[in-house]
Design a protein around this ligand. Structure first.
Ligand code: C2G
Length: 130
C-alpha cells in the first residue's frame, strides 16, 4: 500500500487540477489531498479564492481518484501532514520544483509537470474579457 499526499488551492477547479490528481494517484494506491484554507490564501496572495474552502474541499473530495481530503492551514506544516497521514510520496506541480526537497528525509518528493495552457488566473482573465 503506497500512500500519496499532494496539496493545492484548487480554486475555479479545472482539468489541470484533475490531471495532477490522476497522475499522483497512479504513483500509488491511496491519494490524500490537502486543500489550502481561505485564510492561508489570503496570507499568501492578499485575496480570497473565488470558491470557499468548503466548496473547494467538496469538489476535490468527490473527484474519483481522491481517497481523503483535509484543510491545509499552513505551508510550513507539510512535514507534519506527511507524518500525520503516513504519506510515502509527496507530489507537487513543477511550479514548486525544489521548494520541498528538504522533506525528502520524511518521504519521496516528486514534482510533476503542469498541464500547459490552463490556469485559474487565465480562466478569470478570459471571463473578465467577455
Ligand atoms: N496544476 C497543474 N496544471 C495546471 C494548474 C495547476 O498541474 N495548469 C497543479 C499545480 O501544480 C498544483 C495543483 O494543480 O500541484 C493545484 O494547483 P493550485 O491550486 O494552483 O495550487 P497552489 O495554490 O500552487 O498550492 O501547498 C501548496 C498550496 O496549497 C498552494
Amino acid at each position: 500500500m503506497r500512500r500519496i499526499i499532494t496539496f493545492g488551492t484548487f480554486d475555479v477547479y479545472h482539468v489541470g487540477h484533475v490531471n495532477i490528481l490522476e497522475r499522483a494517484k497512479e504513483l500509488g494506491n491511496y491519494l490524500i489531498v490537502g486543500v489550502s484554507t481561505d485564510a492561508l490564501n489570503f496570507e499568501k496572495k492578499n485575496r480570497y479564492p473565488i470558491f470557499t474552502e468548503q466548496q473547494r474541499l467538496q469538489m476535490v473530495a468527490t473527484t474519483y481518484c481522491v481517497d481523503e481530503v483535509f484543510l491545509e492551514e499552513s505551508l510550513e506544516k507539510k512535514g507534519h501532514y506527511i507524518e500525520k497521514y503516513s504519506a510515502d510520496i509527496l507530489v507537487m506541480g513543477n511550479d514548486w520544483a525544489d521548494k520541498f526537497d528538504h522533506l525528502s528525509n520524511l518521504c519521496k518528493v516528486i514534482y510533476l509537470p503542469r498541464t500547459e495552457g490552463i490556469s485559474t488566473s487565465e480562466i478569470l482573465r478570459i471571463i473578465r474579457k467577455r
